[in-house]
Design a binder for this molecule. Structure first.
Ligand code: SF4
Length: 165
């Protein structure tokens, strides 16, 4: 144990130095909602039918290199503890009701981020048998993050738009 603590102290901080604050492209009405959250956004992630590519990039965004938590964004386990949903994948038929219920469990003012091309417009799964539609067909979407999958930098930039940090 002592050896481990010594190693932690010797390693120090491994995250990349924080980049310049990205140019704010968050719509004004979303910023109004986000301001009520005071610079700290708790996020519940919902995989509505993703191939898991987006999840790998989310894991990177919250890992030690990109470290989204230092900008006030944090993943939580329950929608009842969340301020925002980050939804990945097209919404499959089996996930439509679950997504709707998860959205309704998030207290106001709730925000929804559609992360990845599948979440925005069904992407490569458009018109597939089991796909109900894009995220905006099931719940209101505030912010979209483009890419298949989006790079961790783009994910962190979108979350910084919500935290304002
Ligand atoms: S946007 Fe690309 S990486 Fe993300 S779920 Fe769709 S196919 Fe997978």
């Amino acid at each position: 144990m002592r050896e481990l603590l010594r190693k932690i102290r010797a390693t120090g901080r491994v995250a990349e130095p924080p980049p310049e604050r990205p140019r704010d492209e968050t719509p004004a009405e979303v910023l109004d909602k986000a301001r009520e959250l005071g610079g700290s956004v708790q996020i519940r992630h919902v995989d509505a039918g993703s191939c898991n590519g987006c999840e790998i990039e989310i894991a990177s965004a919250f890992g030690p290199v990109y470290d989204a938590e230092r900008y006030g964004a944090r993943l939580v386990a329950s929608p009842r503890h969340a301020d925002a949903l980050v939804v990945t994948g097209p919404v499959t038929r089996n996930m439509r009701m679950a997504l709707r219920r998860t959205y309704e469990a998030v207290p106001e003012p709730r925000l929804v981020v559609a992360l990845g091309d599948c979440a925005r417009n069904c992407g490569v799964f458009a018109e597939a048998y089991g796909v109900e539609g894009a995220v905006s067909d099931v719940v209101p979407v505030d912010v979209e993050v483009a890419g298949c999958p989006p790079a961790p930098e783009a994910i962190v930039a979108a979350l910084r738009g919500l935290t304002g940090r």
